[in-house]
Design a binder for this molecule. Structure first.
Ligand SMILES: NC(=O)c1ccc[n+]([C@@H]2O[C@H](COP(=O)([O-])OP(=O)(O)OC[C@H]3O[C@@H](n4cnc5c(N)ncnc54)[C@H](O)[C@@H]3O)[C@@H](O)[C@H]2O)c1
Length: 96
């Protein structure tokens, strides 16, 4: 996300966790190896975080970054992907 922002793409981060969204919009990193300065720079270059999935309509490219944890049979739990797709589905358009 940061790299795409740094090379000039408009990047919007959509998450269901309002705490993370608020932190990012306040230039606060919650990820150990990413500095708050880097988040601040991204915000200066048009990055925003939101819980509003309707922003999907503005996006040409959508990258899902949700976990796929393995169950006891070492099969991936894809429920995060399914849940995310259900949330973005109303805002998808042809060609995205
Ligand atoms: N953490 C890493 O260093 C790392 C490195 C390489 C690849 N990955 C991959 O990236 C993916 C995400 O890993 P992570 O460590 O960032 O997981 P994470 O659990 O830290 O972050 C996932 C985020 O997705 C959000 N989320 C959950 N359900 C959602 C939904 N329905 N709609 C929108 N957002 C939703 C959560 O609130 C959370 O903020 C995984 O596939 C992982 O394998 C992670």
């Amino acid at each position: 996300m940061l790299r795409y922002n740094e090379i000039g793409y408009k990047v919007i981060g959509v998450d269901i966790d309002n705490t993370k969204v608020t932190q990012l919009n306040n230039s606060e990193s919650y990820i150990e190896h990413i500095s708050s300065e880097r988040i601040h720079s991204a915000i200066q270059h048009n990055f925003k975080a939101t819980t509003d999935f309707s922003y999907i309509t503005e996006c040409d490219v959508i990258i899902l970054c949700v976990p796929t944890p393995l169950n006891k049979y070492r099969e991936p739990d894809i429920s995060f992907i399914v849940n995310t797709m259900e949330k973005i589905q109303p805002f998808l358009r042809k060609g995205q």
